[in-house]
Design a protein around this ligand. Sequence first.
Ligand SMILES: NC(=O)c1ccc[n+]([C@@H]2O[C@H](COP(=O)([O-])OP(=O)(O)OC[C@H]3O[C@@H](n4cnc5c(N)ncnc54)[C@H](O)[C@@H]3O)[C@@H](O)[C@H]2O)c1
Ligand SMILES: O=C(O)CC[C@@H](O)C(=O)O
Length: 531
Amino acid sequence: MFKILVSDPISDNGLQQFSAANDVEVTKLTGLNEEELIAIIHEYDALLVRSQTKVTPRIMEAGVRLKVIGRAGVGVDNIDLEAATSYGIIVINAPDGNTITTSEHTFAMMLSLARNIPQAYRKTIAGLWDRKTFIGVELNNKTLAVLGLGRIGLEVAKRATAFGMKIMGYDPYFSEEQAKAAGIQLATIDEIVQQADFITVHTPLTNDTRHLISEQQFAIMKKGMRMINCARGGIIDEQALLVALDEGIVAGAAFDVFEHEPPEADHPFLKHPNIIVTPHLGASTLEAQENVAIDVAEQIIHILHNQPFKNAVNMPPVPNELLSKIQPYFTLSEQLGKALAQMTDGAVEEVIIDCSGELATINITPLIPYVLKGVLTHHLGANQVNIVNSVHLAKLRDITVTERKTLLTEKITNEITIHIKTTVEERWVTGSILPSVGERLVKIGPYPVEIPLEGDILNISHQDKPGIIGSVGMLLGDNGINIASMQVGRNEVGGSAVMIVKIDKKVTAQVIKDLTTIEGIKRVRLISFDQ
Ligand SMILES: NC(=O)c1ccc[n+]([C@@H]2O[C@H](COP(=O)([O-])OP(=O)(O)OC[C@H]3O[C@@H](n4cnc5c(N)ncnc54)[C@H](O)[C@@H]3O)[C@@H](O)[C@H]2O)c1
Ligand SMILES: O=C(O)CC[C@@H](O)C(=O)O
């Protein structure tokens, strides 16, 4: 039974997803502090949060069973991603479910700002009928600048077009062609601040975007402009904005997010007549909360059941088209790495992944975490390594990874050859997915074999001479070990040879030692695929 802890308020309709899986138990415990979470997290396989729970390295360290942290929403700034990666915990989010909702909230803020709706409401319900103070401005024919042309920024731009606004945009990762298609004029930040009547920010908060709008930008800003932040507190410098408001450079601002949330009761934004605020409500609609909860619950179930999943934040994304081609090779890559690590002496310095056939024509980088997981599992233990932290663990050990491709014209079979260079030797194995039989080890070094990548095998290097196969069979038989199959390869008659013995039962270290004493046997390695 997998145990899932839900530590923030999450839509019940979304959580219903979990009832479809009959091996999942959900516990809802909201409002816990760090110490309270640390005390219970060791029982859980998955943690599901919104933005309130701060998932710290200490919580992850205590979460010895934690495989996945799901964020029902986009921003993962409340989760320490670096720590999650080093503890091998997958972090997933739900990037699409609240896009429309947040773009609508941005628009609600922009219209409220243009027409002073919160201020007018406050006065009206206080019994004052003030029709003079609240002269607003139209959006029609005004210039809106969108900083960050991602999911939400583009939806905001679409809506602004319908309101007759001219759209300027800034996003270093957005091309001229995309901008043209969306009817957005790309510009520099300086051009934007000089021309825009409204600025809305839709970037993540990063070192590059922190205080993207600050004193320097306010100094050259168009007088009387208005600005909106429904993305993350800190993108617009709060102190510099207050000065710009007092100097009349900025006519009004609408903020859904703050540098510190919730803001202190005496935060100047809460009292300023020209600032309107909401308490991080951008994603708060029934529809968005249901969407993000469903998305993230589905992915958590996939991860717990070792099925393919999407939206991992601490793993490089694999586009769907590539995923369908490369996914069948994930297990093969891992098992080859596992086999090779057990055949090799010394500390691993380099892993080379060499692909042929159609694999040589596609991006094979997604195989790397699987190969490294296989290689490192033998050295670090299955509990310590997974596809999230294997690349990180390899880097910590100065293991370099090289990708190579053998072109289609030279080789037509889809094969993966993994080489390991260690401090003392270099070895390699090749695997393939064979029609009707599936994943197979097809070469050990230069020797062709055909071995399923499961159970236990003995890899015996020996000299090609009469009697060796018989002696091996006899010794194993004397120790009650049944041979399921045996394959032998050699480079030339009487030369070096390799014997692969598939055994039904684990051998002891003593049996391996005894095998090495047989004359002509150079080396014996047990390869366990079920580690
Ligand atoms: N208020 C809320 O409740 C709420 C709800 C959802 C999302 N958000 C926040 O809104 C923001 C946008 O979300 P999204 O889903 O559109 O994200 P997204 O990843 O789709 O878009 C972000 C865009 O910012 C751009 N960007 C990155 N660095 C930049 C820089 N230095 N200058 C300009 N552009 C830069 C990226 O290229 C990308 O196009 C995020 O911060 C997210 O956390 C807030
Ligand atoms: O959970 C929330 O309401 C915050 C949503 C939003 O900030 C996000 O990043 O998705």
